[in-house]
Design a binder for this molecule. Structure first.
Ligand code: ZN
Length: 432
């Protein structure tokens, strides 16, 4: 990974640019000034209108920064400690057991290493979820990558536990910034419909809504979750009862997780249903009507053998989908390039441009960073997700030697592995 610093007015020319919507412009250029993009398009037209220092990135593709809209950095010490599973509930038990064996001095270095790896592979936006406080401690360190996005304190409070969510409000960052000085918001999330009571889900969503923070909840991830929420039986019930929770009949939703969340009134355009593997036509209709979006984590789903997301149906229904990796307890890397490749393989009829949009613009939307015009203040940086005027002047040059015009999107989705082809332009570490 190499870094290219920013200049006052700078024209970044490359063999291709992909500003958004999967549109590829050959011999393209992006003009930056004062930390924002002022123009993007064909290099020939840009040269007629702008004069400034030109940096030629040669055989590269300029794309917006990537977003990992759902991860759990705090579980990074569990890398390689859990095996692919055929049962979600047995994986949960293994996770709890393996977590108890991590020694105190392993946590922080593992989280820092995973975070730096994310950044080296082109991720600038994150929706990180944790409940141990490890990742938020890492975020306060000066050498933590300058991610923007949201750190969620996750609430697990099944039925029968006190419904007060106030104790979870701790852990905000001083002045809303992390150690590297980048803006990161603090939010609350509910773990899932089976592990948080209806009142906890409603209160958590209300807390986020008041602060204009998108709300996240794991939704319809496994067949075991579906069995529990629909029938009140199965391994999830055993899991809850083993932990001392006594579940009565009237506490079972009796419908799909999406319908249940709709009934609770928590689905809107600022709600992100994470995973959404098991959704039917009625669920899709609800997501479409409410404007709620989904975040897909295909490699975690494959690791846990819980099913695969129906990408074609989301694309056909016009439901925005973002990409996440979940954690290193159910994935071998936190690479969004790897996630794009997996999703594209699972859904070969979905255009690669649509997959790239999931990893950029829709990811930024899922963490509340895609809106232009909501400028404002140091804690709300310019939006990311596109190479358009007004968006932040921090983006990626992906080296693409030997790639031809018609192959650019395929290459971005399937051909980028590891950090070597990735360079940051206007590296945020250098205060662009
Ligand atoms: Zn998760």
């Amino acid at each position: 990974m190499k870094d290219v610093p920013c200049h006052p007015l700078c024209i970044h020319r490359a063999e291709w640019i992909v500003p958004g919507d999967g549109i590829v412009i050959s011999d393209g250029a992006v003009v930056t000034f004062g930390g924002k993009i002022v123009a993007a398009g064909a290099a020939k037209a840009i040269r007629l209108s702008y004069h400034g220092k030109t940096i030629d990135h040669g055989a590269s593709v300029l794309i917006p920064p990537l977003v990992n809209a759902h991860c759990h950095l705090e579980l990074s010490p569990l890398k390689w400690r859990l095996s692919p599973s055929s049962s979600f509930s047995s994986w949960v038990n293994s996770l709890v057991e393996a977590r108890s064996r991590i020694s105190p001095d392993e946590w922080l270095p593992a989280v820092m290493s995973a975070a730096k790896g994310l950044f080296e592979e082109g991720v600038l936006g994150i929706g990180d979820v944790g409940n141990l406080g490890i990742a938020s401690r890492a975020m306060e360190k000066k050498d933590f990558p300058p991610f923007s996005g949201i750190f969620y304190r996750e609430i697990i409070k099944p039925r029968g536990e006190p419904e007060d969510i106030k104790p979870f409000e701790t852990g905000r960052f001083p002045k809303g910034k992390n150690g590297a000085g980048a803006a990161i918001s603090f939010g609350l999330s509910s773990h899932a419909v089976y592990s948080a009571s209806s009142q906890v889900i409603i209160r958590t969503k209300a807390w986020d809504r008041e602060r204009r923070i998108p709300f996240q909840i794991h939704t319809a991830e496994s067949p075991e979750e579906m069995e529990f929420v629909v029938s009140g039986t199965g391994p999830i019930l055993d899991l809850l009862e083993e932990r001392g929770h006594c579940i009565t009949r009237e506490e079972i939703p009796g419908c799909s997780p999406v319908r249940y969340l709709y009934r609770l009134g928590v689905l809107d355009s600022d709600t992100v249903c994470v995973h959404a593997v098991h959704v039917d036509e009625g669920d899709l209709e609800i997501l479409k009507r409410t404007g709620a979006s989904v975040c897909l984590c295909p490699r975690s789903n494959l690791f846990l053998d819980v099913g695969i997301p129906q990408v074609e149906r989301f694309a056909a229904a016009g439901i925005p989908f973002a990409l996440g990796t979940d954690s290193l307890a159910s994935n071998d890397t936190l690479s969004i390039f790897a996630e794009m490749s997996s999703l594209a393989s699972l859904a070969p009829t979905v255009p690669p441009g649509c997959i790239l949009t999931a990893a950029t613009e829709h990811g930024a939307r899922a963490i509340g960073l895609s809106e232009i015009g909501v400028d404002a203040g140091e804690n709300h940086p310019a939006p990311m997700g596109r190479l358009d005027p007004g968006f932040r002047a921090t983006f990626l040059a992906i080296r693409a030697d030997g790639i031809r015009d018609g192959e650019v999107l395929e290459y971005l989705v399937h051909g980028v592995t590891g950090p070597d082809p990735v360079s940051w332009i206007c590296d945020p570490l250098r205060g662009a």
